[in-house]
Design a protein around this ligand. Structure first.
Ligand code: SF4
Length: 335
């Protein structure tokens, strides 16, 4: 990970603006009466060749964001621009071709791999679906992908149940690589693995990224994992991106009160070092009925009167460091 990377000089691969995913809640008569606001107005850029980590507690909307970008679920509103094309307007062959370039590695490879199909077929399947290559060419491609993720040819005939969790995740990665993607959404790819295996899989992800120039959107709840792998990090709370910054800057100097509280809970490897734990009051509010004003105001230790009614805007408070909080809004924080 290169923390000195100057993202403003890189090419934007994917631009997300005002992304929303609201799930309707129906009455017994079938009418939509409310919405679960899983993602509410999320904007960020992904730069070519970087890893952007999306973190937050369970249910904050980070996985829904990844799935919406790939249109595995249809967003309610917003814009997703991939290499200049509006992904949400694409249909037919254009959509299929962009889907080849954007792939996903899932949290649980056990459920994403068909237990009745051999490993070789699992990797070959995307090529069959997209009608790419002859049978011999596909075989060669599968064998080279097996080698890339550290397996010998004999694994071609294995079944998923014969593999460990880490091995299955490596097969999931080989399958995601089959179509030569440029962007991979990694949805909690190591959270189901033992800690010792986690670092092997993360190292493999980094090696393959360096070799192929891939861009990763890395979704995770574990802040230590994200720190290890990401160039920049975005912090989500209740469907909104409340802070984003280059990784080292975010971990050294978090600005949003929610980010501060999350980081205060991460253990420090040095037993002599002390860090004050910031405990939040109350529970995360329901995305069915998010708070007015700042969505974090019901739990924030620094809440001000204005926070209860005025929605904070995202501000760039240092180069590439954005925060959505009135403490950094000179007009409001002075009141
Ligand atoms: Fe806390 Fe107000 Fe900032 Fe929200 S806007 S995080 S409530 S200080």
């Amino acid at each position: 990970m290169d923390s000195t990377r100057q993202t403003d000089t890189q090419n934007v691969l994917l631009r997300v603006r005002g992304l929303k995913k609201w799930f309707p809640v129906k009455s017994s008569l079938g009418r939509t009466v409310r919405h679960v606001k899983a993602i509410n107005d999320v904007s960020f850029d992904l730069y070519e060749g970087e890893t952007f980590g999306l973190v937050g507690e369970s249910g904050c909307g980070k996985s829904t964001t990844g799935r919406s970008i790939l249109r595995l679920i249809e967003p309610t509103a917003g814009e997703i621009t991939y290499r200049g094309k509006n992904v949400l307007e694409l249909k037919g062959s254009e959509l299929r071709s962009i889907r080849q370039e954007m792939q996903m590695v899932f949290q649980d490879p056990h459920s994403s791999l068909d237990p009745k199909k051999r490993v070789g077929y699992a990797i070959e399947e995307p090529l069959i679906i997209h009608r790419l290559g002859s049978k011999q060419e596909r075989l060669e491609r599968v064998l080279s992908l097996l080698e890339k993720v550290g397996f010998s040819e004999e694994y071609y005939y294995r079944y998923p149940h014969e593999l460990s969790g880490g091995q299955r995740q490596r097969i999931g990665l080989a399958r995601a690589l089959a179509l030569n993607p440029r962007l991979i959404v990694c949805d909690e790819p190591v959270s189901a693995l033992d800690v010792s295996i986690q670092s092997q899989v993360m190292n493999l992800l980094q090696e393959i990224q360096a070799e192929l120039g891939l861009t990763y959107l890395f979704v995770a709840h574990d802040l230590s994992v994200v720190r290890h792998i990401a160039d920049r990090v975005g912090v989500m709370y209740l469907g909104q991106l409340v802070e984003q910054a280059p990784t080292e800057q975010l971990y050294a100097e978090p600005l949003h009160p929610y980010t501060k509280s999350l980081l205060s809970a991460v253990p420090i490897p040095n037993p002599r070092a002390k860090r004050e734990r910031i405990l939040l009051r109350g529970e995360i509010p329901s995305p069915l009925n998010p708070p007015s004003g700042c969505i974090f105001h019901t739990r924030c230790p620094f809440v001000m009167e204005a926070c209860k009614s005025v929605v904070p805007k995202s501000r760039e408070v240092a180069p590439n460091h954005y925060v959505q909080c009135h403490l950094y809004d000179e007009d409001l924080s002075a009141k």
